[in-house]
Design a binder for this molecule. Sequence first.
Ligand SMILES: Nc1ncnc2c1ncn2[C@@H]1O[C@H](COP(=O)(O)OP(=O)(O)OP(=O)(O)O)[C@@H](O)[C@H]1O
Length: 769
Amino acid sequence: MTELENIKEYEQKHLNFVREKIGKAKEKLTKTIAKAKAGQKDLEKDFYNDVRVKTSTYEGIMETGVSVRQQQQMLMQKENRWQTATRDMETLDKLDKNSYFARVDVQEDGNQTEKIYIGLASFTNPDHPDDYLIYDWRAPISSVYYDSGIGKMTYDAPMGKQTVDVSLKREIQIKDGIVENVLDTDEAIGDPVLLENLSHQSATKMKSIVATIQQEQNAIIRDTSSDLLFVQGVAGSGKTAAVLQRVAYLLYRYRGNLNPGQLILFSPNQLFNDYINQVLPELGEQNMVQMTYYQFMSCRVPHLQVETLQERFEEALDPKQQNVTTFKSSLAFYDLVNRYAKTLNQSHIQFKNIMFKGQVFISKEKIKEIYYSFNDNYTLRTRLESTKDALVKILNGHISSEMKQRWVEETIEGLSKEQLKLLYSKYGDKIGDSDKEYNFLAKRIVKQALRPVLIQIKKQRFFSINRQFAHFLKTVPQLVDLSKYQITEADWQKSVDNTIERFKAGQISMADVSIYLALFDLVTGKRPGLEMKYLFVDEVQDYTPFQLAYLKWNYPRAKFTLLGDLNQAIFTRQNSHTVMDDLKKLFDPAKIRVIKLLKSYRSTMEITDFSKYLIPDGKEIEAFARKGPKPVLAEVPTEIAAIDLVGKTVTKNNEANESTAIICKTLAECREVAQQLKAKAFTATLIQTENQRLVKGAIVVPAYLAKGLEFDDVIMWNGSAENYPTAADDKLVYTICTRAMHNLAIVSIGKPSPIFANEPKDQYELVKG
Ligand SMILES: Nc1ncnc2c1ncn2[C@@H]1O[C@H](COP(=O)(O)OP(=O)(O)OP(=O)(O)O)[C@@H](O)[C@H]1O
């Protein structure tokens, strides 16, 4: 027997032993589940018998209530027991199939060497509960596996830093109870296993990377001390993969004190949410709150249509209006909103009349007078609250005068017998005095009729955020020196007109909606969400500083993890390093940690090396040594030839069961391509909106929706000089090309874009058709 066979045999024996114990634990658990279930059934059956129902006296009612509660609690406890046991069973099933993926041998302070097996969850020997047969990958000791080679190393344990001597690191691949492969390594995580993992075909769902987490990714996953963890990683470096592992890690580390509802992930689009939603369940955790910034905004302004991803991406602003948008998206502008809001304490609050039956009930002038009648030291919040109180008083004062109005009398006369009966039901049966009776009815009718007014007051509908927002925008030139931002007063005025125009059509731009809501929150004194403990933003390069500041304001107690790649800034087109300066203003600089990921795991070496030359800062990108064919740049004379080429590639890939994305610049282009492919009987699904599902086979998708996703094969549609004329689109081209895992082809109708001009000739295969 070779040494490898010896090792395999040893590991198989150990695995058999562990699985036998897992089997034993499963048996025990099956009994517990059956018992818990039976107990629950009995309890349900006896529920009403056991509850002592006494309702004749107050004490009796109280006693009944307490008794019901006790029974409910017992039922819940049993149910919990049953639920926990069922969940434990799911874990055991998982461990039974794939018990662990690694082993490290460690020695601590001259103690005996311990064999640590690492898997998806911890498991102790049912016969010796102190004996850990499997350690959860998130346990402190497991860090050793991800962080170091052989020799002395330290890791963070609950009681402080621990030093151990690592004498063996072994990767173990198990399939359905059989040890398929073992690999001893002195690296952090050996390349062969990673290589094997990365050469798989893509799927419509992302997978967990638990067995091959890299050292720098482990640092991201286990960071607990930073208020802001800023991960700047190149395309395909595993930012998303690492952050999902981080979520699972945090839920484990703070179990009991942290639940999935206290973590929120902002993702680039809905398609992406769909793509990643299997990872946490695969790791045995529940998903956290997941949304896009668009959803976060639009659910708060149901009466307005927020600019969509497509509109935002395809909007072609002239440079002057671009300056305005940049200014509106800056931290300086965020400060300006705050400064402006403070001035509202003295003047210029915008109110609407409170209306009743088409008439002014309380005039806006009157409301304004009340609002400014309070002390100078009132905050905007208390000012508005006190105004509301005063308005309710006015409303109540109106009831008796309103009761004498003609319409009330008419209403009463017009009431049917049933309606009268219904109204009287609250009055009791001692009716006799007709004046009293009339007054009672009149009061009820008036109160009912005035309810909408009460709601207007309670929901502060008399405050006109629309007018306030417009007023703010108009006031901006008086609050700042616009020339500092290369904006003239005329440019500014044009943008204000534009915003108001949009408003009239029920629309609002992405830049405006955050300003609008920030102002609304400041005036109404909305309280931020204090319960959120962790916030993650993927593709942070597409967020503006204003948006980040607003997120920070919304979740002041949350620790932030921001993941991004400035080279993929296709919306904000940021290329400076001002992002960091802005972040330093939002977070305590001492609590900011920056981690750079330079190695790209998604694509083959050939694709990564090709992508490096598309962007100015590409040199620092490191390719992972996985071989594949060179990217193809196909120059064809006509659109017909291009469609033909794409169609044939799609057919070939479909036959090989590979996923293909034909990525276009705009949605219009996608529609055209999909239609032409269909006309020629090639099959490809058009992805038009982020609400669609990712499907197997070929898809046609606009670049802004392909963000964060990956495919076996990518065909970039029409990378011609005509379609991508200048370097301004380099980030977009980079984003498109880096979606490919195994094959990349660029089809260009006519001369290729100058963005490919820096590409060394031996990096790709040029095909002329
Ligand atoms: N340690 C790892 N082990 C195995 N696979 C990995 C590892 N790190 C990353 N990958 C794989 O590399 C691919 C890219 O990862 P991911 O999508 O997280 O990168 P990203 O940095 O978010 O990329 P982008 O910014 O381009 O969207 C995924 O298929 C992921 O599973």
